[in-house]
Design a protein around this ligand. Structure first.
Ligand code: ADP
Length: 711
């Protein structure tokens, strides 16, 4: 619950509690679940209510309590809200339930009917299976299964429904490392062996073998810290199943996996095994940071620059930054890995806070792709098309050689905007300031911000004109349509989060792409990350300028990182790859640096600009979004906030201003930005501000420390 602090209770006679224990306690008229934060002696004069009882299970390890205390202060969040991010249902605290499974006994049953034979066949096929699974597979009632047990054809066995994870083996054989990789691995092993808080930035070009290198650090942590746990954070982990296979190959066991695609039973299992200290390696998405580790020995944040590490709604946090803090609390090593490190991490490396390890070359025969631009001002695409003639030519050459093309456009759907040609009506989300995006496969107009959708009508709802609606601009569906028309023989597929069939379908698409069964893949940013497509030699960026606009101080950096990652998908095996960027602004710093392969110059220019403005990483930012059901209310509340801002040296308040989405889900919005010098404790500043301002209950104020979204 959103409680500001721990409450005091008496411990009943005969009960013993330790910090971290899970308990029930009276709260108003009911019994609520809680965690013991600390235990102290009391003379009984305060007449405290007694705890209702212990729930059991291993108590949260102390590092978790310290982490929650720290995170709630840093994020300016109530500790109850942060604790909630760590807890799961009580069943995760109880031992695993047992389930009964059946397998063939090898004996002839006393009477073998045709239905029983089908069950035996099913048991042969499934190995150990539940009665329900056997009955389903055999197409019989479960009575047939129990009959077969009595008749001696099947034996029943009890086993835990949530079995422990197999122990990983550090001595599993890895690849023979190159000299550069071996040096990097030796440095990491040294840090892990030394113990205590250590931090390193593993800065290696795409395909240089960073994963292989941090595997060595994991092996060392398994060897030297026998009770330590290892957390590997990955963006988009539900899609990167290939990495799980690599873990299994290297360590002989699959690690525990944590992401939004798990079902409740899988969650319960992973949570319990981590809380009990049995799971040694966890590979997870950003929320894995809030798992109840007993003691971390190593934390790896792969693709540390990735913007999806920022959780932007509800409890907002930057998982990379919190991972470093968690490692510090547990005295663990933290490795941040990327081909395009964030300015934040590079600044830390330059200041000597992170050991800077570089891997400047790709593995084996693979070389980095050639990167060139197409100036759309000189060679535009034909009207109503999005691929310019030189791009089409490059695609044709690639297709003729039997190689693959990835067309990258970070826009879902068919067209980002739908207009009426007769009256100019724009389709807008009903309670939000955003245009509706046309999705042609589903025939719907969709708001990507709120999820609102409606069927695309035949007539304009404003003027009633028939067949007057026109789609403006391209999305991946539209580019795929163009690619199909240009190359009718080619297999063209779309790779975006809208694909029907969810994670399973996406994984299937990745597998087909890996096997080279797809010629042209048109994808959004989810196609840009982490994948290894050996036969992919051409990456075409449809609109390299997308992302440079807008009020986000990281826009240039992010565009640069995305384009490097996308381009890095090309030529990962022995065939040389190339990346071609369509742009209206080939002289932009980010694009020019990419073509010249001069990352450091780009970062220098970018750093200087940020330093001059006192923006991250050379200053601190926080955003405050105020929202209310009416415009008057939000204006008044934002003004009140601005009026009550505490005065402090080295702090500036920008705004209130109307953000890009002035109305979102029916609520009016205003934004304030706080910029502070690095030396200012911006969290404490926000907390004191929050304490002194009076805002009506109907107005929502959301404070976001280290914001990454400026809409
Ligand atoms: P990164 O994470 O830097 O993009 P990976 O670790 O995914 O790189 O390695 C890229 C590819 O190169 C993978 O297919 C990996 O198996 C292979 N690889 C890495 N190191 C070696 C090595 N020393 N010998 C052979 N293949 C390697």
């Amino acid at each position: 619950m959103p409680l500001p602090e721990a409450f005091d209770y008496a411990v009943p006679d005969g009960m013993e509690v330790r910090p971290g224990d899970h308990v029930h306690a009276p709260l108003g008229p009911r019994s609520a679940r809680g965690v013991v934060w600390s235990v102290a002696h009391d003379d009984g004069s305060r007449n405290l209510k007694p705890l209702d009882g212990l729930i059991g299970g291993a108590p949260l390890a102390e590092g978790n309590l310290a982490f929650i205390d720290w995170a709630s202060k840093y994020l300016v969040q109530l500790p109850g809200n942060v604790l909630r991010a760590m807890l799961r249902g009580e069943d995760a605290l109880r031992p695993s339930p047992v389930e009964t499974v059946y397998r063939p006994s090898g004996e002839e049953p006393t009477r073998l009917t045709e239905a029983r034979q089908r069950v035996l066949d099913a048991a042969d096929l499934l190995g150990e299976a539940s009665a329900a699974d056997l009955a389903r597979e055999a197409g019989v009632s479960s009575g047939v299964v129990s009959g077969l047990v009595k008749a001696g054809g099947l034996v029943a066995e009890e086993r835990p429904a949530d079995p422990p994870f197999a122990d990983p083996d550090p001595e599993g054989e890895g690849l023979a490392l190159t000299e550069l990789q071996a040096d990097a691995a030796a440095t990491l092993r040294r840090l892990v062996r030394a113990g205590g808080f250590q931090s390193a930035l593993l800065d290696g070009v795409t395909g240089s073998g960073k994963t292989e290198v941090y595997f060595e650090a994991i092996a060392e942590a398994l060897r030297t810290h026998s009770d330590g746990q290892i957390l590997v954070l990955l963006p988009e982990i539900a899609l990167t199943q290939a990495i799980m296979a690599r873990f299994k190959e290297r360590f002989g066991a699959e690690p525990a996996e944590w992401h939004s695609g798990l079902n409740p039973k899988q969650r319960r299992r992973v949570w319990r095994e981590i809380n009990e200290g049995r799971a040694r390696i966890v590979v997870g998405a950003r929320s894995a940071l809030f798992l109840p580790f007993r003691k971390l020995s190593l934390v790896v944040v792969d693709e540390e620059h990735d913007p999806t590490y920022k959780q932007g709604e509800g409890l907002t946090y930057q998982a990379r930054d919190l991972a470093v803090a968690r490692a510090k609390i547990d005295g663990a090593t933290v490795i941040l890995a990327s081909a395009t490190p964030s300015l934040e991490s590079l600044a830390n490396a330059r200041a000597g806070r992170y050991v800077h390890i570089r891997l400047p070359a790709r593995i084996g025969a693979a070389v980095l792709p050639d990167i060139s631009t197409i100036d759309l001002r000189e060679t535009p695409a034909e009207a109503g098309r999005w691929l310019s003639p030189p791009m089409v030519e490059a695609m044709a050459e690639t297709f003729e050689r039997g190689e693959q093309t990835l067309l990258y456009l970070n826009r879902r759907g068919y067209a980002p905007l739908v207009l009426c040609r007769a009256c100019g009506h724009r389709f807008q989300s009903p309670d939000t300031d955003t245009p509706l995006v046309e999705h042609r496969y589903t025939g719907r107009l969709v708001c990507h911000l709120t999820g609102f959708s409606m069927p695309k009508p035949d007539t304009c709802p404003d003027c009633g004109a028939k067949d007057s609606l026109t789609s403006v601009g391209p999305g991946v569906e539209r580019v795929a349509e163009e690619a199909k028309a240009l190359f009718p023989q080619a297999v063209v597929e779309i790779f975006s989060s809208d694909i029907s069939g969810g994670g399973e379908a996406l994984r299937d698409l990745i597998a087909r792409m890996e096997r080279s069964e797809i010629d042209i893949l048109v994808g959004t940013q989810i196609a840009a990350k982490g994948h290894n497509f050996p036969n992919l030699t051409l990456v075409g960026v449809v609109d390299a300028d997308l992302g440079l606009a807008g009020g986000d101080p990281r826009a240039g950096e992010r565009t640069y990182q995305t384009l490097v990652q996308v381009a890095g998908r090309a030529g990962r095996a022995d065939r040389k790859g190339r990346a071609i960027l369509q742009t209206h602004d080939p002289d932009h710093d980010a694009i020019a640096a990419l073509v010249a392969g001069d990352r450091d110059r780009f970062l220098d220019v970018e750093s200087q600009a940020r330093e001059m403005l006192g923006l991250p990483p050379y200053g601190r930012l926080a955003s405050i979004v105020v929202s209310a059901e009416s415009e008057d209310k939000v204006i008044a509340a934002a003004a009140e906030l601005a009026r009550t801002a505490p005065r402090a040296d080295g702090v500036e308040i920008w705004g209130p201003a109307e953000p890009r989405y002035g109305v979102l889900r029916g609520r009016w919005r205003r934004r304030l930005l706080v910029r502070a010098d690095k030396s200012v404790d911006i969290s404490a500043y926000l907390a004191s501000w929050k304490a002194r301002v009076k805002i009506p209950a109907s107005v929502r104020v959301v404070m976001d420390v280290d914001p990454y979204s400026f809409v």
